[in-house]
Design a protein around this ligand. Sequence first.
Ligand code: NAD
Ligand code: UPG
Length: 438
Amino acid sequence: MKIAVIGTGYVGLVTGTCFAETGNTVTCVDIDINKVEKLKSGKITIYEPGLEQLFERNLKQQRLFFTTDLAEGIKDAQIIFLALPTPPGEDGSADLKYILKVADDLGPLLRSFSVIVDKSTVPVGTAERVRDRIAANAKVEFSVVSNPEFLREGVAVEDFMKPDRVVIGTTSEKAKKVMEQLYAPFVRQGNPIIFMDERSAELTKYAANSFLATKITFMNEIANLCELMGADVDAVRKGIGTDSRIGKRFLFPGIGYGGSCFPKDVQALAKSSKDAAYDFKILNAVMDVNASQKTKLIAAIKHYFKNSLEGKTVAVWGLAFKPHTDDIREAPALENIESLLSEGAIVKVSDPEAMENVKTIFGSKIQFCENPYEAAKDADALFIATEWPEFRTPDFEKLSTLLNNKAIFDGRNLYDLQQMRELGYTYYSIGREVINGK
Ligand SMILES: NC(=O)c1ccc[n+]([C@@H]2O[C@H](COP(=O)([O-])OP(=O)(O)OC[C@H]3O[C@@H](n4cnc5c(N)ncnc54)[C@H](O)[C@@H]3O)[C@@H](O)[C@H]2O)c1
Ligand SMILES: O=c1ccn([C@@H]2O[C@H](COP(=O)(O)OP(=O)(O)O[C@H]3O[C@H](CO)[C@@H](O)[C@H](O)[C@H]3O)[C@@H](O)[C@H]2O)c(=O)[nH]1
């Protein structure tokens, strides 16, 4: 099939590359000239494990193309994906300006029956709005379908190629057939396509993200309670996760959820609910708890240093909002660094992939270090914000010689309590006993 993908950010690039990999001819369109030039010349624009190989192969085999020209990009395309940003507007609702602009531009360019697919995360009713905007200028028949994307950054290729499910919202039989054919290779891998109406598909995406954010937040509150009650959140997590009705995944407490999706999508669903005159109380609580969870270790660090961080050096391991990505959108590390700096601390950071992105925010206000040990050198405390695998089993002997103080504030519960006790570290983590605390 011939496919166009409008928007070549995270989702657009993964979508385009994976559909090319299953034998389609894909043209990705973006207004960002630099991005398109880079991609055309064979350089990938995001760090995502496994993507580069697929990208290079499909580019070489001339199944994957890039352009800034919308008319050229959609020429002869049977399916046009919209993978455009839907950032939070000032009132928290999803800003649809990018989507509606492209809808306006598409109308006059359509030449034959096309299926236009909302891949972006969009509020209920958007498919109808996109349909109306295209219809205002279109001279041919078309369908607008909702096909939300559930991939996770860091495992995006795996999630896209082997999705738990594909949700397709359409009431058009013609569009349904086209989408069924497109996704056939993915269904052959044993995963269902779930057809529904457009509105239900749009809400499914927000319900999934909000449910997962709530699950994490619930565990963060249990962790906070564990600290007050002398229980261990790891034990409680295992104790409840083995109940198949609850499930083991997404029960890991930490310094809050971040990323480009959960924060904005929970906020957008809360706003849509409000607009529908429904007070979605749980979502408001989730946002409140997450906001305080993000910087909860700052209080512990301050307590450890007798309320003053002035002149103290803190090494921060991990900047990305999660491992295996260079994405720093809403990353808890950023807020913690802000807090440390505002308390007068000197901050040294290390992250395997996200340093370049963070340089654009903090510049010379913080020190960027080649590796985690360089960051730890002469630091008065170590703060862990992201659970990169390389932070899980550091050389503790080396670390002890580098740090001024053997004090670790771990926002991701990476280390064993007994080991920390034996090594003589002061160790604060989330929902667990404080080792050698002050
Ligand atoms: N990032 C994720 O993991 C993820 C997962 C599932 C769903 N989503 C949703 O997918 C959507 C896209 O997210 P993303 O992270 O890929 O966004 P992004 O910001 O990484 O990329 C969006 C791209 O669209 C381009 N763009 C803007 N206006 C354009 C126009 N008029 N024509 C062509 N290109 C244009 C931008 O230049 C940018 O490259 C959002 O709605 C998001 O919520 C994201
Ligand atoms: O047990 C857990 C699991 C995750 N997180 C945090 O939650 C955030 C989001 O993690 P994750 O869901 O793995 O990453 P995303 O790439 O943001 O993916 C989410 O957001 C995407 C965009 O909508 C959806 O497509 C995915 O299905 C959904 O998982 C990160 O800050 C994680 O550190 C926890 O704190 N504890």
